[in-house]
Design a protein around this ligand. Structure first.
Ligand SMILES: [Zn+2]
Length: 305
């Protein structure tokens, strides 16, 4: 029996997911994301909400929505680079359509909440969820709650600058970022950055999985680039420790699935420790690709009670 649902918004697909009482997935449906206008986007999103309600036979099914971007807690206006919602109030627009509210949250925050509640971060008092995919983002859950936010930009660590010493040691240039700044962490440590680093080093392009596979055959360039990238990811982990000092950092996103990555990153982070301090546990998201949706569904159920 379906008791809640969630919608995972992405630049290419809108995925609806229905959950049962054990938070197991009952059914999912993916549709293409309309990216031309906000109205078309809302129509696509609304169709997925209606589909979930039909599947459950409940027009009031609690449904949370994971947004790949920022929602200003004061104005409720969204900012996102991959979906046409910037400057719009998604929540108010949906309320006008459906006559009820849907909890909206940043997808990385939703990952942290999901993993803190019955996931890899269960039992830890402070959990950072870090998504390493096409881009990089992070969210925070403390004592099982999302902490209060002022601008919604908390832990947007992908747009912190990569430390100068790390760039200088590798001889890396300041690469421009989609946010308008240069030298953002995301440009060097996202999953997509593996290909960028390889091209910078060799002049030829390969994607992350190809580089990983080549490194396993002993290829010197691929191995060097993989080690460099892991070190740059560890710089991000250290920045998270210095900013938040979480008990654990749970990794999500496509690149987090690389075999052996969690162990390697734990070692790289240990090499960067300040003094004798301990370090956060590095863990892999237990609920995989659907963890963010699971987190928003949990939040929607809580709101409904
Ligand atoms: Zn940036």
């Amino acid at each position: 029996m379906i008791i809640c649902g969630a919608i995972d918004l992405g630049g290419t697909k809108i995925e609806a997911r229905a959950f049962d009482g054990a938070m197991a997935t009952v059914t999912t449906r993916r549709t293409a994301t309309p990216v031309d206008t906000f109205d078309a986007f809302i129509a696509g999103l609304s169709a997925q909400i209606e589909w979930l309600c039909e599947q459950a036979g409940d027009p009031d099914l609690p449904i949370g929505i994971a947004v790949p971007g920022v929602i200003d807690p004061k104005t409720q206006l969204a900012f996102a680079s991959n979906i046409p919602v910037t400057g719009h109030d998604i929540g108010a627009t949906l309320k006008a359509c459906f006559g009820r509210t849907f909890p909206l949250g940043n997808d990385c925050m939703a990952l942290a909440f999901s993993e803190a509640h019955g996931g890899a971060g269960a039992g830890f008092d402070s959990v950072v969820g870090l998504i390493i995919g096409t881009g990089v983002g992070a969210g925070l859950c403390i004592n099982g709650e999302i902490p209060p936010r002022s601008s919604g930009l908390a832990v947007e660590v992908g747009h912190l600058g990569m430390p100068a010493h790390a760039l200088a040691a590798a001889g890396l240039p300041l690469w421009p970022c989609g946010c308008g700044k240069t030298g953002c962490m995301e440009r060097y440590m996202a999953g997509s950055a593996l290909g960028r680093l390889y091209e910078w080093k060799t002049g030829t392009h390969m994607d992350g999985p190809q580089i990983y596979a080549k490194a396993q055959t002993g290829d010197a360039d691929a191995s060097e680039v993989l080690t460099l990238w892991q070190g740059l990811v560890a710089e991000c982990l250290l920045a998270l420790q210095l900013l938040i000092d979480p008990a654990c950092i749970v990794l999500g996103g496509g690149a987090s699935m690389m075999p052996g990555l969690v162990k390697r990153l734990s070692e790289e982070l240990r090499d960067r420790q300040l003094g004798q301090s301990g370090q956060p546990e590095i863990l892999l998201a237990q609920h995989g690709d659907s963890s963010g949706a699971r987190g928003m569904a949990l939040l929607a159920m809580r709101d409904a009670k």
